[in-house]
Design a binder for this molecule. Structure first.
Ligand SMILES: [Zn+2]
Length: 588
């Protein structure tokens, strides 16, 4: 939260709810409440009620509910922070310059300098490459047949090491601490710094907006004990688990299908041959964050990794990530070349374009990879493989897809299409049975929901408004039994308040939630629940509520659990519920 709880509470208390709402609708006193026409929906008889006592409002017509902050948020369409500023202004309350704002401004400042440093460093590396110093680096690039235009497009440069970049940045006027933050230097033994990249061809890494955020360096010291590729470390402007190399150019290509490759050279080589939609995850496995970035620009991806074991493993991982994130995945492996770069050099652009069209469904790729693990000349292993394949195929709802994969599996295994088809069907029937069972359990559990939601709210209300009842109750309730995040949070807040000996103001609890729906729910708890007149009826109600809450919680665990130990334990606890009786008569 941007402002401290006490600041928010000062501002909330300084703005009387009757005052504020009175500006939007005429309120008249009725018993211990004020009533008026609802400012949120059209009506002719008042159903909008405001409690001066609780500093909360509730509309019995449309369900709007909240405190003074919720009211302004909804009525003026402000977010939480804007509302706090508006209400502070109204009572001439000077908001402290919170740490958050200072920290934020400082972070932005540091990032801006880092962008600037990277831009200047890239220019410097580029100049190095084209000077005498860069002669052997140019020879390397010539050997890789990267043309001048593409070298410039990707801003390729050369890092000499030997404090070249450190001295350059010092001369440009940067302090040690920000230079260190850039990741271009590392501390040395003598308490100074040395360049991180030594005698390497430098590939600037761009973000989606085309800003240089990091570098990758390829060593020129063949055969030495140094990493072939070295990337910048994580910095305030670079996170390798989010960054995809060349995503800026792939996005600009306007194509909806991207090619996912393994390294810089693959991307660059593809670009040079007119395939501008290739990207690579650098120095880390393709993950959900990468998929999240990709998804904004592409709906389909061709995975083009090396065909060795490591490449196959990486491809299987990428498939899982892409499919999980709803991106279509196809797989391609180059033949007669070790990577796409070599393939393009050997066979040319046309052949590669043809090859792209043969990318196969990821399912076939998965089935084929499975096959490699079985000895197909062994009868039992052949059967096991076919069963494994059938398991994968059954996940498809479409008959057409199933048929295609069944046919391919039949070709691979020599088992008839009919036999595989029967296996798939058998497996699907079992799954269906399972699904129906789960659905039934869920329905059963849902019928309890409306009642249990009431019970949770009522229990929280009674605990928040009656310290003695809370003391009698608290050891019987585990917060996870409340199941919904919002109730768990409220329960924790009530606990905290009592622990620190503070009084509980309903409207204060409401403004601990920034989201308007949550404010609404919490506010309703305090506006709509009623207290019982005598201890006997309170006790009965509380016991019924606790039992229902626990019962639903246990059932939800049983519905999704196959672990026999857990199931037995929960069933035992559930049976013990019958005997549970909580007394509220202890004074504390
Ligand atoms: Zn209303």
């Amino acid at each position: 939260m941007r402002y401290s709880e006490s600041t928010i509470e000062d501002i909330r208390m300084g703005n009387d709810i009757i005052d504020i709402i009175g500006k939007y609708t005429r309120l008249s006193k009725s018993g211990d409440r004020y009533m008026g026409l609802c400012p949120f929906h059209n009506e002719s008889t008042p159903s909008f009620s405001v409690s001066a006592d609780k500093q909360l409002y509730h509309c019995f017509g449309c369900g709007a509910s909240g405190n003074v902050i919720s009211f302004v948020m909804q009525k003026e369409n402000y977010d939480f922070v804007e509302t706090i500023k508006y209400l502070a202004d109204r009572i001439h309350y000077e908001l402290p310059e919170e740490n958050y704002e200072r920290d934020y401004a400082e972070k932005v400042r540091v990032k801006d300098i880092l962008y600037e440093i990277h831009k200047k460093a890239a220019r410097h590396f580029y100049d190095n490459l084209n000077s005498d110093m860069g002669a052997h680096a140019r020879r390397y690039l010539d050997g890789r047949e990267i043309i001048k235009a593409v070298r410039n497009k990707y801003g390729i440069g050369y890092a000499e090491g030997k404090n070249d970049i450190y001295n350059f940045l010092k001369k440009e006027g940067y302090e040690d601490d920000i230079i260190e933050k850039s990741g271009l230097v590392v501390p040395d033994k003598n308490g100074g710094f040395r360049d991180k990249f030594y005698d390497r061809v430098m590939f600037p890494i761009f973000d989606i907006r085309g800003r240089i955020v990091a570098f990758g360096g390829r060593t020129l010291e063949e055969g030495k004990k140094t990493a072939k590729y070295l990337n910048s470390p994580e910095t305030p402007i670079f996170s390798k688990s989010y960054n995809l190399y060349s995503i800026n150019y792939a996005r600009a290509s306007g194509m909806k299908e991207f090619i996912l490759v393994e390294g810089y050279m693959d991307v660059i080589s593809l670009y040079q041959n007119g395939f501008c939609n290739a990207v690579a995850a650098l120095g880390t496995a393709f993950n959900d964050n990468h998929a999240g970035v990709l998804k904004k620009y592409a709906n389909s991806v061709i995975i083009l990794f090396d065909s060795d074991e490591a490449g196959t493993k990486a491809a299987l991982n990428a498939i899982n990530v892409l499919v999980k994130n709803g991106i279509k995945a196809k797989v391609l492996q180059v033949k007669d070349a070790k990577d796409p770069d070599e393939y393009l050099k050997k066979f040319g652009r046309e052949a590669f374009a043809q090859l792209l069209k043969t990318a196969k469904s990821y399912v076939l790729f998965q089935i084929e990879s499975k096959k490699k693990k079985y000895d197909m000349s062994d009868m039992t292993q052949k059967i096991d493989f076919t069963k494994e394949a059938a398991k994968m195929i059954k996940n498809f709802d479409s008959e057409i897809e199933r048929e295609v994969y069944i046919e391919e599996t039949s070709k691979m295994s020599g088992v008839s299409k009919e036999a595989i088809g029967d296996e798939v069907k058998k497996l699907s029937d079992n799954t269906l049975l399972n699904m129906n069972q789960k659905r039934y359990m869920k329905e059963k559990y849902k019928t309890n929901i409306s009642g249990v939601d009431d019970a949770r709210q009522s229990l929280l209300y009674i605990m928040a408004t009656n310290r003695n009842i809370y003391n009698n109750l608290r050891e019987y309730i585990k917060k996870e039994e409340l199941m919904e995040d919002i109730y768990i949070k409220l329960f924790d807040m009530i606990k905290e308040k009592y622990k620190s000996g503070e009084e509980i103001y309903p409207a204060e609890l409401v403004s601990c939630f920034e989201n308007i729906d949550e404010q609404n729910t919490i506010s309703k708890i305090f506006m709509l629940r009623y207290e019982f007149n005598d201890i006997a009826s309170s006790e009965k109600a509380v016991n019924d509520q606790v039992k229902l809450i626990k019962k639903v919680y246990y059932e939800s665990i049983l519905a999704g659990n196959d672990d026999i130990g857990t199931v037995q334990k929960i069933i035992k606890e559930k049976n013990n519920l019958e005997k549970l009786h909580i007394s509220l008569r202890n004074e504390s």
